[in-house]
Ligand binder design. Structure first.
Ligand code: TRP
Length: 328
């Protein structure tokens, strides 16, 4: 069942925080690049629900988002038989490693954490979960022998801390108990939202990933464009429409549409029709898969629990190595 660790194949681990239903920007910027790693890596993915608890406290909310995320990633092509997909809270071993890490990290290192420092600077009183967030993340990574962690820029500090703690653990135990992970920046090119800023849930400018074709169309029609007359030549460079179009088409298709816009006699409205068709070609086949998966929560639970059953022995092995090395 588990893709056997082929020699020379590095293990990559991706953690997904279940805080919302993923949108088109999440797909193009993070999900698609993370899934592409399966060509070159043994991929492992998990849903970091205990990390979400630092901010989401309403009972049931996180669970809903776990289902949203699991159904989205599987609909987008994650093969849960071939790779590992599990829910963080189904493998509580992570807290045992987190404790060990807590005993070797300096509190000053955590005080310098971006999220914690920003919260304090803004006069908030962050909870200790925010303070310890980087430790839980380091434990996630080290527990599963990740060689590479594909992340966006905002996570670099966390990976640096993880590397530091891994080296310190190996030094203290005088044994290579954990793998020191490499950073792999997998941020694809920026995905622009309807208003021209980065597509983000918090800006309210995101296109949905699996809404009906009708709603997708309504979103595309809301994209701001120039107001040149139909005959005018139009340069698409730098526009939201062009940014999105380039994410979902080949270079040939892009050259073709650019030529038509530059020639004049072709309006932004026409270009929107092309964009909608290109988006639909990518999202259309995934949409029914998502809705079928999302409608069956017990099946998603079974899938995640099966993943955890395969993840657990890996976690156990790491902890056994650690206990042996520390002679606990
Ligand atoms: N902190 C990550 C984020 O906000 C999520 C995450 C938790 C993670 N544990 C991880 C990512 C381990 C990579 C590896 O996106």
């Amino acid at each position: 069942m588990t893709a056997p660790g082929l020699p020379g194949r590095k293990v990559s681990l991706t953690g997904i925080k279940p805080t919302s239903l993923p949108h088109l920007g999440n797909y193009l910027g993070a999900i698609r690049p993370a899934l592409a790693l399966k060509e070159s890596h043994e991929t492992r993915y998990f849903i970091a629900d205990y990390h979400a608890l630092t901010t989401l406290k309403t009972p049931g909310t996180i669970r809903e988002h776990v289902y949203d995320v699991a159904a989205t990633w599987v609909a987008c092509g994650l093969d849960a038989e071939q790779t590992l997909l599990y829910r963080q809270s189904d493998v509580p071993e992570v807290f045992e490693l987190m404790w060990v890490l807590a005993c070797i990290v300096a509190t000053g290192q955590l005080e310098r954490g971006h999220a914690y420092k920003d919260a304090v600077a803004q006069g908030d009183a962050p909870n200790a979960g925010v303070f310890n967030y980087p430790l839980l993340m380091a434990a996630d990574i080290l527990l599963y022998d990740a060689d590479v962690v594909p992340v966006g820029r905002d996570q670099l500090q966390h990976i640096e801390l993880t590397r530091d703690l891994a080296e310190r653990l190996n030094y203290l135990t005088e044994a290579p108990v954990v793998t020191v992970p490499q950073v792999e920046l997998t941020e694809g090119p920026l995905v622009l939202g309807l208003d021209g800023r980065k597509m983000s849930k918090s800006y309210g400018n995101a296109l949905p990933l699996f809404a009906s074709e009708k709603d997708l169309k309504a979103g595309v029609m809301r994209i701001k464009t120039g107001s040149e007359p139909l005959e005018a030549p139009k340069d698409p460079e730098g526009t939201v429409l062009w940014n999105l179009y380039c994410h979902v088409t080949t270079e040939d298709e892009q050259a073709h549409l650019r030529a038509r816009l530059l020639a004049g006699g072709f309006g932004w409205g026409h270009a929107k029709v092309e964009l909608l068709a290109a988006l639909e070609a990518v999202l259309g086949p995934m949409r029914p898969r998502f809705h079928a998966l999302r409608a069956d929560e017990p099946a998603l639970d079974r899938l995640l629990v099966a993943g955890a059953q395969r993840a657990r022995p890996i976690a156990r092995q790491t902890l056994d190595r650690l206990r042996t090395a520390f002679k606990l």
